[in-house]
Design a protein. Structure first.
Length: 445
């Protein structure tokens, strides 16, 4: 085997794992290739929902049809959770869990010139995993202007619906010196860097007395990065110190994403979440007080086992009363092995879908209200590889009045609301460096 192709499924953490795996395989002498041409096809999987599992199974069938001579190696979270299920599928040569993902180059090298037996499984105790696997993802979501850097992996929480701790292991942090080095290198090529993790707010807890704020201050002091953006942070980790730092630094995007799941106290307790609605509301209102124009988003789940009409209404009222600017709404999906999956009182799927629709409408209304508030304001945006588009610091897509090169940090005046974002007002006087409200800069993408 001399060529390989990696296909990543799911979250930013999976993409970061895939980038690190690709680098290690290239270092071992293999060359990347298209999926239909590669001798080795690696599927780096997600398992957060049943739909994610199904997507992987369909992909295995497609690979067998389009490239019947390829050896298929399935790794990632689905491989860690259900290795025997995957190994039984025709065409699968290896199943390698997250516990053994760093050993994939060696597994592949050992098989060169041999015919490995079908369905070979390499999965071990994920909680014994100490290594931190990550590499910069420079084309996250097909956007090569906002690289993603995973700095934390695993989770120590035990939410009753979530399989992630059992496929990702304990919370582990990237070493601060490594993070500084990575961001310093990225800052020489990009305007914005996104920091991510499975439970990002827990960064540093396993390293001693470090906290995420300590790392952010080092990055601001020791690198030239122009904008840092945090991905999702649990509400209990949005301390006054962290919110104050985000609010006070012009180099940190005004963007707060705090998973909620539900505004019903009773459902939160059944979910084994570590906060109550009043605490969550306090953090969100504090963020809005400090940052009047910040993006404030949440993950929300509908249809959790036992969720009554009254509990769902409590959730809707709670969300409606907070200054969210967008919602990521998810329909509960049973994950084998979790306490919630064993519950007897599952919500019928049609009810789950209807509740999803209702919350999406609330989220859309709040987002439209937020976008309308931006009319006439000048926002700092980073220009994207997608022609004529940019992303504001407060997480809004902006259609530019004229084409700019990607990977620039500029100020634009907002003239109107588009179907899903904003439109720049006629930019005469802003282009060519005439705008004095924000510095324009660019480096090769």
């Amino acid at each position: 085997m001399g060529t390989f192709h990696i296909q990543n499924f799911g979250c930013r953490a999976t993409q970061a794992d895939g980038a690190a795996l690709e680098a290690s395989l290239v270092g071992a002498g293999l060359e990347p290739a298209r999926r239909q041409d590669a001798e080795l096809v690696i599927l780096n999987t997600c398992t957060v929902t049943s739909a994610a599992d199904e997507d992987v199974r369909h992909t295995i069938h497609r690979v067998r049809r389009e490239n019947p001579g390829a050896r298929i190696l399935v790794t990632g979270c689905y491989a860690q959770r259900a290795p025997e299920e995957i190994a039984a599928m025709p065409g699968v040569t290896w199943v390698v869990g997250n516990s053994h993902k760093t050993q994939i180059p060696g597994i592949v090298a050992e098989a060169r010139g041999q015919t490995p037996y079908h369905g070979q499984i390499c999965v071990g105790d994920i909680f014994a995993q100490q290594e931190f696997l990550a590499a910069v993802v420079e084309d996250a979501a097909q956007d090569r202007t906002r690289p993603n850097l995973k700095i934390q992996d695993g989770c120590n929480n035990r939410c009753s619906f979530c399989i992630i701790p059992f496929v990702r292991g304990r919370s582990r942090s990237a070493q601060p010196d490594w993070v500084v080095e990575q961001v310093r290198g990225l800052a020489s090529r990009y305007r914005e860097v996104v920091l991510s993790g499975i439970n990002l707010g827990r960064w540093g807890r396993d390293l001693g007395r470090f906290r995420l704020c300590d790392l952010l201050r080092r990055l601001l002091d020791e690198t030239e990065v122009e904008r840092l953006r945090l991905s999702s942070v649990e509400p209990m980790d949005f301390s006054d110190d962290l919110l104050g730092l985000i609010a006070s630094s012009p180099r940190i995007a005004k963007h707060v994403h705090a998973p909620l799941q539900t505004g019903s106290d009773a459902v939160l307790r059944r979910m084994h979440r570590k906060y109550r609605p009043p605490h969550y509301a306090d953090r969100i209102r504090k963020a809005r007080e400090l940052m009047p124009d910040a993006a404030i988003g949440a993950d929300v789940m509908v249809g959790f086992p036992g969720e009554t009409e009254q509990e769902f209404e409590e959730n809707c009222c709670f969300i409606d009363g907070l200054p969210f600017t967008y919602l990521h709404v998810f329909t509960y999906s049973e994950r084998p092995g979790t306490p919630a999956a064993a519950a007897a009182d599952h919500v019928p799927m049609p009810v789950r879908k209807e509740r999803n629709r209702i919350l999406r409408e609330i989220g859309a209304r709040k987002n439209l209200e937020f976008r309308r508030r931006m009319l006439g304001k000048t926002l700092s945006v980073v220009t994207l590889e997608q022609n004529g588009m940019a992303l504001s610091g407060n997480f809004l897509k902006v259609e530019l009045a004229s084409r700019r090169d990607p990977n620039r940090l500029i100020g634009v005046e907002i003239g109107s609301v588009s179907e899903a974002g904003l439109r720049e007002k006629n930019a005469l006087g802003i282009l060519g460096g005439a705008f004095t409200g924000a510095r324009e800069s660019s480096l090769p993408a």
